[in-house]
Design a protein around this ligand. Structure first.
Ligand SMILES: NC(=O)c1ccc[n+]([C@@H]2O[C@H](COP(=O)([O-])OP(=O)(O)OC[C@H]3O[C@@H](n4cnc5c(N)ncnc54)[C@H](O)[C@@H]3O)[C@@H](O)[C@H]2O)c1
Length: 146
């Protein structure tokens, strides 16, 4: 049976949903080998889910050649960089919604949603989307139904 070895980025609320969902995967063998997070209880969290390897810097996890799929479950402002880093390392990627968005630049007036020009926000998001498209073979939306 085909085996997929997974590294997860994030150990918060939604990571729990993914870890539960992986238990329902049929037809391929799944191994969650590693997890990266900034959470102080990461070792305990990994042990509780049978995950052997932990990393505070997710980029180190990307160096593990056994891992073929990175599951990104961090705050949305980090999605694009995590995806690009994972693709650059030759990994397949699952990313939580929203794929990306406009989260502000250094000198943006606050509140961003009211004071930053909408066209600027749209252009920035489209530029990020184009970067992702250039690096990936395909982008698919996946919906899990139990
Ligand atoms: N599908 C759903 O029903 C659902 C529900 C909630 C959240 N989400 C999505 O899931 C994602 C995560 O949300 P959440 O509620 O789990 O957030 P959370 O705040 O509970 O967890 C975020 C996790 O990311 C980790 N993290 C932050 N920066 C990091 C970094 N640089 N390197 C490694 N780990 C880092 C934190 O340590 C934490 O474990 C978001 O994109 C959110 O929109 C989806």
């Amino acid at each position: 049976m085909k085996k997929v070895v997974i590294g997860i980025i994030g150990s918060g609320f939604a990571a729990g949903l993914h870890l539960e969902a992986y238990q329902y995967v049929r037809g391929i063998e799944i191994q969650i080998k590693a997890i990266s997070s900034l959470a102080p209880n990461l070792r305990e969290y990994a042990n509780a889910h049978g995950i052997s390897d932990i990393y505070t810097d997710y980029r180190e996890m990307l160096n593990d050649p056994e891992i073929s799929l990175i599951d990104i479950i961090v705050p949305p402002a980090l999605h694009t960089q995590c995806i690009l880093d994972a693709l650059h390392a030759g990994k397949h990627v699952i990313c939580e919604k929203p794929l990306t968005g406009y989260f502000g630049k250094d000198k943006d007036p606050l509140p961003i949603g009211k004071k930053v020009d909408r066209q600027k926000m749209m252009d920035t998001v489209m530029e990020e989307m184009n970067q992702l498209k250039k690096r990936s073979c395909c982008i698919r939306k996946i919906i899990y139904v139990r």
